[in-house]
Design a protein around this ligand. Sequence first.
Ligand code: PLP
Length: 461
Amino acid sequence: MPDAPFLSRTATRTPVKASSDAPQQALDAHECGAVSARRTRRYGATAAPIWARAHGTQLRDATGRTYLDLTSSFGAAPLGQTNLRWLAALVKQGLTLTHGLGDLHPNAAKARLLAALGALAPWPNARVMLGLNGADAIDAALKTALLATGRPHVVAFRGGYHGLMLGPLAVCGLSDAFRQPFAAALRLKVSWLDFPTTAQDAEATLEAFASLLRRPKPPGLVLFEPILGRGGVTRPADGFLAQLTHLARKHGCLSAADEILTGLGRTGVCWESTAQGALPDMLCAGKALGAGLPISALLLNPKSAEAWSERGAALGALHTATYFGSPLLCAAALAYLEALQRPSFVQQVRAAGEAMLCHLRRALSPLGDTVRVVGRGLLIGIIFENGPIALAALGRLRERGILALLAGASGEVLQLLPPLNLSAGAYVRMSHAVADAILGAEGTLAQRLESARPETDDAAA
Ligand SMILES: Cc1ncc(COP(=O)(O)O)c(C=O)c1O
């Protein structure tokens, strides 16, 4: 992969030794273990690269080494790094109005964004609540359901991931370990269902959901990812989500699709849940929305939004924060939505995803059924037999200068989330590069397994 012009023009390949230790020392001295723990578990003594600058998918670390970034920053940089059109929109907004006054004095960029998001919703007259992180959108969905139904009982899925702030943490099914230290603060009643991948499992899960709905204290919300992302790039059985949302509606239970990873183009459609036939009452969007800046949104159908208007009229601002709807963040989101709505954008994502799946499957076929390649659009998972093997493959990719993620309950899935706006040739080249690195690793996998750490249940955020 050649360097982006910006990188090759402005920096040499010689490591920038004088300054390269300083960031690591600062992190070692000051970063809280809450943040550094996953990195230490994953990389052990080998320090993770400290990102210094980037353009598109080309990244340079603090030592001057270059990488091909196939993470899109956890899916939050769908146009790659330092996208010029997006930057131009930010500069324009920055020179016009940099901050609003939240809910009290709204701003024009926010008004435009609400209209743009409303137009993308699957229902007429949608309402929108803005936030910063994906977790904010989940928080807003949890609050909405409680206000609208009065039922403090939520149904969520094992393997689901919705963020780690206190609200979403209660419904995070990926690992009990996330919730356990904070159990005393998680008061919401949550019932867990299995995420079904076969028709038979779907029937059993729907039956379990129906029996919860028949209880004297039924759930007020069912929250689901249309494809488990961090849970391992797992697609539900065909038609399952459509039946789930239908059943919920029949029993007065709201449904919310967490499209924070899947939504807004990543899977080659605007909304993965509605593409699977579901009609949720709420849609949570984040990550891609700001194309690199923190902004999220909860889209609500008019009925679920009603409760806010009624209570708000009596009580005032029930849900707000200083930076919600900040004009700079809204301008970032508007710039991404403009790209998303270009006629060929999502078609190209679909085509690129199919080409990558096809290439990777063919190239990795010598590994037989020890490896499976799955995905939709540009949400791609390479599933290995276990976490240590996936971790070894991730390490091999990194040695070759390619950054990817781990997903799955035991970290057994190598997750690829490339930007959505590259040329068809770029996706083919990156598939080759990934497959070559994995196949190159094959001969040494056994030795790597010896040294691989067993605890790999720390999939990507
Ligand atoms: C499906 C899903 N929901 C919610 C979140 C939480 O988003 P954030 O980390 O922006 O709070 C994530 C993050 O990975 C996610 O993948």
